[in-house]
Every structure is written in structure tokens, then in C-alpha cells.
Design a protein around this ligand. Structure first.
Ligand code: ZN
Length: 214
């Protein structure tokens, strides 16, 4: 039976996800949706459904917990991501990693380019690759171009840990996982991370596991 409202397949999919209630199921590595380039967001959801979807992404990110979540991680192939990091870390970690608080942001159709040539290498993880972390060298500063959830243009520089989050989430929308960029020999279980590699920088891990830092 035909609906009285024209719904896009993405809108149907998001309605079905929201009908589950609560945090959305997170897709794990191995699902092809994480390896496809997500489609530009061009109003496929409409303002009201987009707002509800963004709310569900934020809830899911909080519950996980994580500091960023891309739509593809809940199986929706649209270029939408959310980021937010209260950065509850000790001072020495904040200083070493540039992990400063990042307020909640919605990134629609994001892309980034490096600012300068500096790179920083730290352990990071991904909600779609649960149980593991690895060292990734990333641009210390990036210029983000995107839109916000109201369609307003964003053109902004990010540095430190927020720059890392922006790169990680935007990469998701290009079908790239952090493991693609990671130093393979740094791969560590969450247990190993807690027991051995909680230091502010990965220098001890690099020496013990045998990998180079930039
Ligand atoms: Zn991720």
C-alpha cells in the first residue's frame, strides 16, 4: 500500500532504526557498509527526522561510550557524524595528547585537509572494532569543511585530539577504518592497553612492540 508521504529508502531505514528505541545497534568491522563511501546528505531525511536521527546518534555515542559516531556505524550510508568529548583525562594526558574538551557537534558532508605538515601518533580505538586499539599517526591540525545540522556551512580549524576525532569520523564516511592507517605492530587488546600502555604517549609501546613514531 502506497504511503501518502514520499519516503526515501534512507528515511525508511532511519525510521526503522528509531523504532527500536534507545541506543542504536553499532555495526562491526566486516560489514560492507563500513567500506563504502557514504552518500552526500541532501535532505533525504527531512529536518524533523534528521533531528531525531542526530539525537539517536548522540545517545548511542554516549552509551557506548565514545567521542564520535558516524552514520555508517549504525548502518546508514549518509555523510553524517556526531562528535563530543568531555575529555575526562588527567592533566598530563591532556597536555601530551592535546585532549581538550570538544563540545557536541554534528558534521554533515564533512571533508578535511591538513594544515601544515605536523603529525602526532597516539593509540586510538573504534566502536566498530571493539576490544582493540592501535597507534595512528594523524595530522596535528586539519581544516574541516562541512555543514551543520541546519545546513549552515562550517569551515573551521581543529587541533589536537578534536582534530583526531574529526579525521577518524570523516574517514568513516569515506569507507576508511582507523586500522587502515594504524601501525600494525602497535595493535593492542584493551586488556594490554590497561595493563601496559596507559602512558600519555605511545613511546614505551613503540620500543617494546617494535614500531616507529613520526
Ligand atoms: Zn570509528
Amino acid at each position: 500500500m502506497a504511503s501518502s508521504r514520499a519516503r526515501t529508502p534512507f528515511a525508511e531505514q532511519v525510521e526503522e532504526l528509531l523504532a527500536l528505541g534507545g541506543p542504536l545497534p553499532i555495526v562491526a568491522a566486516g560489514d560492507p557498509v563500513l567500506r563504502r563511501r557514504a552518500e552526500p546528505y541532501e535532505g533525504q531525511l527531512g529536518p524533523a527526522l534528521l533531528a531525531r536521527f542526530v539525537g539517536a546518534l548522540r545517545l548511542t555515542m554516549h552509551e557506548a561510550p565514545g567521542v564520535g559516531l558516524a552514520a555508517v556505524q549504525v548502518g546508514v550510508g549518509l555523510r553524517i557524524a556526531v562528535i563530543e568529548d568531555p575529555a575526562p583525562v588527567p592533566e598530563e594526558v591532556r597536555l601530551a595528547r592535546g585532549r581538550v574538551p570538544q563540545p557536541f557537534r554534528v558534521l554533515v558532508n564533512p571533508s578535511y585537509e591538513p594544515v601544515g605538515t605536523r603529525r602526532a601518533a597516539f593509540f586510538e580505538g573504534c566502536l566498530s572494532v571493539p576490544g582493540w586499539q592501535a597507534v595512528v599517526a594523524r595530522h596535528t591540525e586539519v581544516r574541516l569543511r562541512a555543514e551543520d545540522e541546519h545546513g549552515r556551512p562550517v569551515d573551521e580549524a581543529f587541533t589536537g585530539w578534536p582534530a583526531r576525532i574529526v579525521q577518524h569520523e570523516t574517514d568513516h564516511l569515506d569507507g576508511t577504518l582507523y586500522v587502515d592507517r594504524a601501525e600494525p605492530r602497535s595493535l593492542s587488546s584493551n586488556e594490554a592497553m590497561a595493563a601496559r600502555w596507559a602512558q600519555p604517549t605511545p613511546e614505551a609501546a613503540a620500543r617494546a612492540l617494535g614500531f616507529e613514531l613520526p
